[in-house]
Design a protein around this ligand. Structure first.
Ligand code: SF4
Length: 276
């Protein structure tokens, strides 16, 4: 498949590509201020890794971004319906500065039957997110809520280290939000990445069992871990977490484990949580 590289949506490659075939980035920079942020690393760190979310320079304003998004969606409708769209790799989609545009884009996706996966470190987005569903007649509200349940999956990054994520909601608040959304009928997933401390990541996964539909587990990019520690971590998870787990390629590489050796609850990159 030829890669699409639009202004708003694109086919990510490398580690990001393991998360989704399609992603949408409207902003760069993020006020969650994680100390390990991958955006701050590398040659583009000074452009991408700011602490104030800023609309990408290729858009004149939010309205222009949404217009371009709509056009790019239509160009790739069949593929997007099949694979879904991920928000977002270059900021947090539910920051006070980014949430309005994210919600408008999600609504366009739902109207076009495109499943959406949103990954956040925020737990304070409910009011804004659900307000738009609860402003019509009770029948209209119910229909919109059901549509959202079918098309939106909420993901939370969970490291267990609030001190490294000073601008984000706490890990406890994120876990609570995940539980509430799952109980409300939404699909949920957890990004256990980067693993800072193996035992804390394991505890978080144990704590969220039953209200997390998929775990994505990855190490800190560029960091070398002890092979035996990673291997033991994989063993602990596969033996004790009976829910779908996706291990990132780089983690398996550091553990010297091939994907084929993993047990049945370990899923591949193209696992579709909307079909489960
Ligand atoms: S939430 Fe993601 S994008 Fe934002 S600072 Fe943390 S790692 Fe970077």
């Amino acid at each position: 498949m030829e890669k699409f590289n639009g202004k708003s949506i694109y086919n990510p490659s490398g580690k990001a590509g393991e998360y989704s075939y399609w992603a949408c980035n409207f902003y760069t920079g993020c006020s969650n201020c994680c100390t390990y942020c991958y955006l701050k690393k590398g040659v583009l760190g000074h452009v991408m890794g700011g602490e104030v979310p800023t609309l990408k320079k290729c858009f004149k304003d939010e309205e222009d971004a949404l217009r371009i998004f709509q056009n790019e969606i239509f160009l790739n409708l069949i593929e997007l319906r099949k694979h879904g769209l991920f928000f977002t790799f270059t900021s947090d989609p539910f920051l006070p500065e980014t949430i309005d545009l994210t919600i408008k884009a999600i609504d366009i996706c739902i109207q076009n039957s495109i499943p959406v996966k949103v990954l956040t470190k925020r737990a304070d987005f409910y009011e804004k997110f659900f307000k738009r569903l609860l402003s019509g007649s009770p029948i209209k509200e119910t229909i919109l809520y059901e549509q959202n349940k079918s098309y939106v999956a909420f993901g939370f990054s969970l490291t267990g280290h609030d001190e490294l994520e000073p601008g984000a909601s706490t890990n406890t608040e994120r876990i609570k939000a995940m539980k509430i959304l799952h109980e409300g009928g939404f699909k949920t997933f957890a990004s256990i990445e980067p693993v800072i401390d193996f035992s804390i990541s394991y505890e978080i996964m144990k704590e969220t069992r039953g209200f997390c539909d998929l775990y994505k587990v990855g190490l800190e990019s560029g960091k070398q871990y002890k092979r035996l520690d990673v291997k033991y971590f994989v063993k602990m998870l596969t033996e004790n977490i009976e829910y779908p787990i996706y291990f990132k390629d780089s983690l398996l590489k550091q553990a010297c484990i091939s994907r084929e050796e993993l047990p049945a609850n370990c899923v591949n990159r193209d696992y579709n949580l909307f079909e489960k």
